[in-house]
Design a protein around this ligand. Structure first.
Ligand code: GDP
Length: 208
């Protein structure tokens, strides 16, 4: 067995052609810029500076790979939905991330980090559209849940779960806070189960 706490940085890539060979199992982290993705990666791996918490939203346009165990990787995808990003940057992002999510053979599951105060945005829905045809399982972290009262947090949890059911996507959802260490055990268990799985139940994606 392995632990996410052994995560260590392997490589960073800026273009699909530079992706490492798709061997073993990968779990990808995605989310809007500033949703708390880097903080979540650090909290879940127990590594304070594994991923850099960004001061400038939308700045990172690279895919970072972290090795948890031989052939088991966490993949940090660049944040999206940053309105000030030029159209060309957004098009590049769509090609890189859309391509990765739809065709990556090693991808076992996707963790979507969503600010609990914002709920499901249009960009999140676009992402879900990419996951659906390939049958990628999705786990949603409703981040910064510490900013909501308990009752309000449960309303968001219920609403997002309902929205995901309506999207007919294979998804689970939980409350999460990096700063308050909320939901970390639950999230880590989900990710470790995906990484430990020997294969994907679904048939291979066209083009793989
Ligand atoms: P990323 O752009 O999605 O990687 O987001 P970051 O992890 O860089 O976080 C963006 C901002 O949200 C930073 O100022 C973080 O300190 C803050 N943040 C991240 N996670 C939490 C959380 O669980 N609770 C609160 N209150 N703030 C958070």
């Amino acid at each position: 067995m392995f632990t996410l706490r052994n995560a260590e940085f392997v490589t960073t890539v800026a273009a699909a052609r530079d992706l490492p060979p798709a061997q073993g199992a990968e779990v990808a982290f995605v989310g809007r810029s500033n949703a708390g993705k880097s903080s979540a990666l650090n909290a879940i791996t127990g590594r304070r500076r594994l991923a850099f918490v960004s001061k400038t939203p939308g700045r990172t346009q690279y895919i970072n790979f972290y090795r948890v165990a031989p052939g088991r990787h966490l993949v940090d995808l660049p944040g999206y939905g940053y309105a000030a990003a030029p159209a060309a940057t957004r098009a590049q992002w769509n090609a890189l991330i859309g391509g990765y999510l739809q065709t990556r053979a090693a991808l076992r599951g996707v963790v979507l980090i969503m600010d609990a105060r914002r709920g499901l945005t249009a960009s999140d829905r676009q992402l879900i559209l990419w996951l659906k045809p390939a049958g990628r399982p999705l786990h949603v972290l409703l981040s910064k849940a510490d900013q909501l009262g308990r009752r309000q947090a449960n309303v968001v949890l219920h609403d997002v779960a309902l929205a995901l059911r309506r999207e007919r996507v294979d998804a689970s959802v939980q409350l999460f806070s990096s700063t308050h260490k909320m939901g970390i055990v639950e999230a880590a268990a989900r990710i470790e189960a995906w990484l430990a799985g020997d294969g994907h139940k679904k048939p291979p994606v066209k083009g793989e």
